[in-house]
Ligand binder design. Structure first.
Ligand code: ADP
Ligand code: MG
Length: 717
């Protein structure tokens, strides 16, 4: 019995009603509650005199009650309770609403630590509904008071009280620390109980920092153990070994010669496939680095050994483009290749199914498609290699099915964007990684500009000119529908900064209007009545998305306004202008990926990043200017990591890797900006798994992994 199996209702004072409120926060067990970390802390240790208040900031004040509280009814239903308090510098009037019972709390002569904003009106100090705690000589009040994410029906005070009860219960249950002592000492981490106590009720800033460090380490460490175990497992999976492989036929039909990086990566693939354990390799490379031809080589090797190859792409358009370019190559090599997508007709599908499972001469060697490849009818007579393009676009389940359907198979996944090596090892520790770190020669550079609203009319003129010259325009917006700005539920709570706080990416002071794809496409359609404008976003049915995208590929649409769904590696050689609205909202790697959608043909191409925030000096500007100066995806990714921290990357790409269940998720690590801490956690985990792949001598860690992850059978699942 652990705290994660202990019902929240076991806590004194938590009944069915409160339990249902907790459920809406995803809190069901005592352990869940303990992992419901504060989202910030109020700095109440820094007590100020009334005369030091600035009228804007919330401060703590030690004040003594000077008059008996009086309640008056106003406007029928509202009761005001007022009384005066004082300290050595001044006196102040405090008002509460509809809390008549406070008369009995604020007794004459008693002292409280109030926390709130002191306002000065007509020379008199006032406070309205401040937070308060009784002050008793000799009994210390905590300097930092947690602020929890709330839901309706639960107050800060109740959560704090329940957390305190949960901690007592956890202590009596003897909830142990599963982190091995040597790892804890080596990395100067505090104990789990100290960390838990201080994340919820910090004794000091430094205790809080120590607590965060320990808990973030744990989150990385658990994830790393899960990933490393999955990797160890998949590397042992049996597969057919290629006895012969010859790249020359492929090279002879290509209109170009391979780059040095491509040759190296193909060599790595070849050596993996010559072994009788399954390849699980990921090719990471910049947009346009030529990943597809590496996939083609893997497919060729499989076919040369009497096996079949399958390539799965996340969208129908991408699958078609791959089919068009690859089938030409494979036809030339005398290999039989088919396309299988959702739109493929029933009769054609049946023919393909039959040809794939054919044991004789009619057998298909290669099939390229979408998740239509996962349907029940698809069965290979002799599967050899599975290639998954743009892997992050697939759900965990979809990737699992493809690998499960094809035992004894090698697996190759293609990444969408370059990611820094430190992160690649962390995120994809279960895969071997090949870096395609060289762009084929002769690529044009996409000129990049950072502008603000002041340039709107000139920008519109530029759009017109591009289209008049026969080009096409992408416009990317951050929102689907009108203005979805996430407003902080309690925006007025002042959170003190303790180092690991908030998302650096979106540090705009005032919420700004977000351009929405639907609305903006209407505006552009009105502005350019002679041009054909369309919009595209993730909430559309996939059929609709494919059709709209196809219209743009065919040149029937001049301006495509979209959310980032167009990020996927579709090739529209005619597209010459990429405009990104509210550009400060996007990660640099994402911007680089978007920019990679233009400049794919012979047309001189441009990328315009529109941002009103970035026109002011500061981080946002610095970030966007990086895009102007750098065109190297790896360099941009490194800068992005340095500016955003690894947490954001983990959130966007980590969770699909290993299915997580149970109590611990990336709660704190999401906000972590310390790549070093992530790295040591992964190094420690890898070292343990290298010695003991099943964690046999660490049953407590094994239990932790089992309770937190559903390990997958094969790396690409
Ligand atoms: P990505 O890595 O983004 O998937 P692709 O595989 O689609 O890139 O390749 C982008 C373009 O570069 C394609 O048109 C491809 O034919 C071309 N290409 C690939 N390798 C080379 C090379 N070695 N020399 C010249 N062009 C190449
Ligand atoms: Mg690609």
């Amino acid at each position: 019995m652990t705290i994660f199996d202990t019902d929240i209702k076991k806590l004194y004072g938590v009944g069915a009603a409160r339990a249902s409120h907790y459920a809406s926060l995803g809190i069901y067990s005592v352990g869940d509650l303990l992992c419901h970390y504060p989202r910030g802390y109020e700095d109440r240790g820094n007590v100020k005199l009334l005369c030091e208040a600035d009228g804007e900031t919330k401060y703590a004040h030690l004040l003594t009650v000077a008059t008996v509280p009086k309640s008056v009814r106003v406007k029928g239903r509202i009761t005001l309770t007022k009384f005066r308090v004082y300290d050595d510098s001044a006196s102040c009037e405090i008002t509460f609403f509809n809390q008549d019972y406070l008369k009995n709390v604020f007794t004459l002569g008693s002292t409280f630590r109030f926390y709130g904003k002191v306002e000065k009106k007509a020379g008199r100090y006032t406070m309205t509904s401040p937070a308060y705690e009784p002050y008793i000589e000799g009994k210390e009040l905590l300097p930092l008071v947690p602020v929890y994410p709330l839901t309706e029906g639960i107050t800060q005070k109740q959560i704090a009280k329940d957390v305190s009860a949960a901690m007592t219960l956890a202590a009596t249950m003897g909830e142990g620390d599963t982190l091995p002592d040597d790892i804890r000492h080596r990395n100067r981490l505090c104990t789990l109980s100290y960390a838990m106590r201080n994340i919820h009720m910090p004794e000091s800033f430094s205790a809080l920092a120590a607590a965060k460090k320990r808990l973030i380490f744990d989150e990385f460490f658990s994830f790393a153990l899960g990933i490393s175990m999955a990797g160890a497992k998949s590397r042992l999976a049996p597969a057919f070994a290629c006895e012969r492989s010859d790249l020359r036929p492929l090279e002879s039909v290509l209109p170009y010669s391979l780059t040095g990086a491509q040759k190296r990566v193909v060599g790595e693939i070849e050596s993996d496939m010559s072994r009788d354990t399954a390849m699980s390799r990921m090719v990471i490379g910049d947009v346009g680095s030529g990943k597809t031809v590496c996939a083609a080589a893997a497919m060729l090797f499989a076919v040369q050994n009497g096996r079949q190859a399958v390539l799965m792409a996340p969208t129908e358009i991408l699958a078609r483009q791959h089919y068009e370019s690859l089938s030409k190559i494979f036809d030339n090599l005398g290999m039989r290749c088919a396309l299988l997508v959702g739109a493929t007709g029933a009769a054609e599908k049946r023919k393909i199914y039959a040809a794939l499972s054919d044991e004789g001469d009619g057998r298909l060697d290669i099939v390229i498609g979408t998740h239509a490849l996962l349907s029940d009818g698809v069965a290979f007579a002799a599967p050899g290699v599975v290639v998954v393009d743009e892997q992050h676009r697939f759900g965990v389940g979809q990737r699992a099915t493809l690998a499960e359907k094809n035992p004894m198979c090698h697996v190759l996944v293609m990444s969408a964007t370059p990611i820094p090596r430190s992160l690649a090892l962390a995120l994809y520790g279960d895969l071997d990684i090949s870096s395609l770190d060289e762009i084929p020669p002769g690529r044009q550079q996409v000129d990049t500009f950072v502008v603000d609203e002041g340039y709107r009319e000139r920008l519109n003129g530029f759009i017109e000119k591009q289209v008049a010259d026969g080009g096409q325009v992408y416009v990317v917006c951050p929102a689907v529908e009108e203005n979805q700005v996430d407003e902080e539920e309690e925006a007025n709570i002042l959170l003190c900064d303790v180092g690991i706080e908030g998302d650096l990416l979106y540090d705009c002071e005032t919420p700004i209007k977000l351009k929405s794809a639907v609305k903006f496409s209407e505006e552009l359609a009105a502005r350019f009545p002679n041009l054909s404008v369309d919009f595209l976003h993730g909430k559309l049915k996939s059929r609709e998305k494919e059709e709209k995208m196809a219209a743009f590929v065919d040149g029937r649409t001049d301006i495509l306004v979209s959310t980032t769904v167009i990020e996927v590696g579709v090739n529209v050689p005619n597209a010459s202008l990429m405009i990104v609205e509210n550009a400060e909202r996007f990660g640099l790697s994402q911007l680089h990926q978007l920019r990679g959608r233009v400049g794919r043909g012979s047309r001189k191409s441009y990328c315009v990043l529109v941002s009103d925030v970035a026109s002011k000096e500061g981080k946002a500007k610095e970030r966007l200017m990086t895009m102007k100066s750098s065109h190297d995806g790896y360099e941009i990714a490194e800068k992005d990591l340095a500016m955003r921290g690894p947490g954001d990357f983990l959130r966007s790409s980590g969770e699909g890797r290993v299915r997580q269940s149970g109590g611990v998720r990336f709660r704190l690590a999401e906000l972590c900006d310390d790549t070093g801490l992530m790295r040591v956690a992964f190094d420690e985990a890898r070292a343990i798994i290298a010695d003991d792949p099943e964690l046999e001598s660490h049953p407590e860690l094994r239990a932790r992994v089992d309770s937190q992850f559903t390990l997958e059978q094969n790396s690409v699942n």
